[in-house]
Each structure stands twice: as C-alpha cells, then as structure tokens.
Design a protein around this ligand. Structure first.
Ligand SMILES: Cc1ncc(COP(=O)(O)O)c(C=O)c1O
Length: 396
C-alpha cells in the first residue's frame, strides 16, 4: 500500500483527495462486495458511484467483454459495427428516444445534449436553464450547466448562456425563460446535490412549459436512469417524456459509456460531422451494455428493485425515528437514497461505516448517500441497516 500511495503522490494529479478516504486500496469485487489489499471485505453501497448496477464483475458482463474482445476491440466510427447498432436498437425500443449518440461518460453525453439543443435552435436560441444543486459533469459546458458554484471556481470565463432556477419550483424556471431559451435541463432525481426527488407536478409542469414555448426538455439520467429508481428511466415515474435525455454510469456494467438520445425531429439537427467521439460506441463497451440491459429488462427485475428500494427506505425511516435528534431527513426513490444528518458528521459516519465493513458515500458534511447495486438482496440491505444503526448509536 505504501508503494501505491507513493506512486500516486508522485505521478497522479491530486484531484481526488484519496487520503481522506483513509487509504482504502481495493483489489477485487464480486456481487455487492469488494475486498481490500488486506483481505477485508466490504458491502459496497457506493457501487462505483452508481456504476456497479449489477454489482462487481457480473458473469454476463464479464462474458460479453471477453467474447467481444476476442473478435473486435475497437473500430473507428467511420465503419459499421454490430454491437453499437444493436445497443442503439435496444435503447430506442425501451425509451422515449428515437436516435442515439454514443459517448464515453456522463459529462460527454450531457455536452452532446447541450450542443444538440443549441444546434436545433441555431441561431435564434442558445440559452439553457438548469437547476440549483444540480450536477451535470466536469467539462467546461457541463460544469457551467451544473448549478453549484463550488465546481466552477477558477475556470472563468465560463461559456455563456446558462442560468439557474430552483429545483421543484416551476415559477422560478418560468421567470428565467425568454425568447432565446433553447432548453431546460434537469436531473429528475438530483444525485450529487444530495438526492432530491422531483415532484410530479414539477416534471409535468416543465413538460407543459416546454410544449408551449418550444423549449427543449432535457433529462440528465446519468445517475438516476437505468432502473435505479425502480423504472428503467426515472422520467417514467411521472409520465413526462423528454425531448433529449442522457444516461451513462451503470450502462456499461463498469465499462465507460455515455449515451444521449433524442426524439427524431430534434436528433435530425445533427448532420454528419456536427459531433463525434473516437471511442463512442466501442464494440466491447456496447456488448457489455447489451448484457446489462438484458438483465434490467428481464421479467420482474425492476419490480424487485422497487420492492427492495421500498424495503430499504422503510429501514432508513425506522432509523430516523430511533435517532430523531441525529437524523434530519431521509430522501430517495428506489435504490437511490440519502440520510441527512442534523449535525456535520457525515465524514465521521462514512469512516465508521467503512471500519465496520460498509462503504457509503458522504456528500458534503451532512449527507450520506446510498447507491447499492440493484442486485442487493434483502439480507444485504439488512446488513447495511444494522451497520448504520451501530454507527448512529455511536454518534449519538
Ligand atoms: C447526474 C449526473 N450527470 C453527469 C455526471 C457526470 O458523469 P461523468 O462523471 O461520467 O462524466 C454525473 C456524475 O456523477 C451525474 O451524477
């Protein structure tokens, strides 16, 4: 470990502050569990920050990656490849989108969405309204779309044309609209901002505003999409379809992928040469994504996620009633949950969970975020709740 620490300190840019995580060094993962270099096992409720939808090293994903790697690992987007076309078909068949653009990350998918919205409305409209507390990525445009100043500091001048309204407050969005507004972009469930779930009147209201004004509605489902809320797409919860939407994180079963989908008339604004990605739609990644979607779309998989999600939320609410002085609020939907502490103890709670064999993610100094793999069983959820109970009892 000391050697790894030394190599990191010497050669890797210091953007992650790993030391604060007390040097956990992971070497292996299987299902909902990971192992560190000392052989300690952890129940992983960080889930690669929503990437490990099917847990670690799911055998179907491993098989898809291995078999495609033996055939064709990469080909330029100058050429056709089967996995990309097949993945596009599955995504379109099961969503509000008609066409797919393949990228490699959430930020890239959102960057593509912003470019498409501007291209569609070019040259009349270019402005994008997003929500405060949102998170859309770290490229210059997506970090500007992100409604949190702390991520933007030091990068001025930022791209023009972004403004921020209050999440779940329709009139705040309406106030910012003008004739140059090209799109409204929101996460139906805000992730990095602390797990804030949209109200159905808010989502449906935004849809109506967009229908009335011709403004495009973009949903960023990078974190909340792909079954995490118990529906394949979070927007299905409210029955309001986007004009453009993005997803990434869990789609590749751990392989890097991001996708942007749009309805046909909007997608047609992109012509050959307007946008591109060297690695986007890579055959190995697309095969992994096909394996992931196969499982998500299987029979009752998502119904189980809803049921288990409710089970976990009920458990968290029970903890909130036991530790009412310590816990401010429980929020979430499906397998996307947050416990907000009344005191700035999230870092301490995260560390204490880790020492007891449970990985959770602290957001800021008050919020614990849980993003368990969707394959977590009731026994896994119980184990996490029991560990949390111990940790909260110590903190209290
Ligand atoms: C909602 C949302 N959008 C975009 C991103 C950026 O994704 P990536 O880190 O893959 O660029 C994230 C990452 O956390 C996210 O949660």
């Amino acid at each position: 470990m000391d050697v790894i620490e030394e190599l990191e300190a010497r050669y890797v840019m210091n953007t992650y502050g790993r030391k604060e995580d007390r040097n956990l060094f992971l070497v292996k993962g299987e299902g909902c569990r990971v192992w560190d270099n000392r052989g300690r096992v952890y129940l992983d409720f960080v889930g690669g920050l929503a990437v490990n939808l099917l847990g670690h090293c799911h055998p179907d994903v491993v098989e898809a990656i291995c078999s495609q790697s033996r055939e064709l690992i990469h080909a330029s987007n100058l050429y056709y490849t089967r996995p990309q076309a097949e993945l596009a078909r599955v995504l379109v068949d099961h969503s509000a989108g008609d066409r797919v653009f393949f990228a490699n990350s959430g930020a890239e998918a959102n960057e593509a969405a912003i470019k498409l919205a501007r291209k569609y409305h070019f040259p009349e409209r270019h402005k994008i309204i997003t929500a405060l507390s949102s998170f859309h990525g770290r490229t210059l445009a997506t970090v500007t779309a992100t409604g949190q100043q702390k991520y933007q500091q030091g990068y001025a001048p930022l791209p023009e044309g972004f403004s921020y309204a209050l999440f779940n407050d329709l009139s705040s969005f309406e106030r910012l609209l003008d004739r140059e507004t090209a799109a409204i972009m929101i996460e139906p469930v805000q992730g990095e901002g602390g797990i804030h779930v949209a109200h159905s009147s808010f989502i449906q209201g935004l849809r109506k505003i967009c229908d009335r004004t011709g403004v495009l509605l973009i949903f960023d489902e990078v974190q909340c999409g792909l079954g995490r809320t118990g529906k394949l797409w979070a927007y299905e919860q409210w029955g309001a379809a986007p004009d453009i939407f993005t997803t990434a994180k869990g789609l590749g079963g751990g392989m890097p992928i991001g996708v942007m989908l749009a309805r046909l008339e909007v997608a047609d604004a992109f012509k050959p040469g307007d946008h591109a990605s060297t690695f986007g739609g890579n055959p190995v990644t697309c095969r992994a994504a096909l394996a992931v979607l196969d499982i998500l779309l299987e029979g009752s998989f998502l119904i189980q996620v809803q049921r288990k999600g409710e089970y976990f939320m009920t458990g968290l609410r029970r903890l909130a009633s036991i530790f009412s002085d310590l816990i401010g609020e429980i929020r979430g939907l499906g397998f996307m949950a947050a416990l907000e502490l009344a005191e700035p103890l999230a870092g301490q709670a995260q560390q204490s969970c880790q020492e007891k064999g449970l990985l959770v993610n602290a957001i800021g100094d008050r919020i614990l975020r849980f993003l368990p793999p969707l394959i977590a069983t009731e026994a896994d959820l119980e184990q996490a709740l029991a560990t949390l109970e111990q940790v909260l009892a110590e903190l209290a």
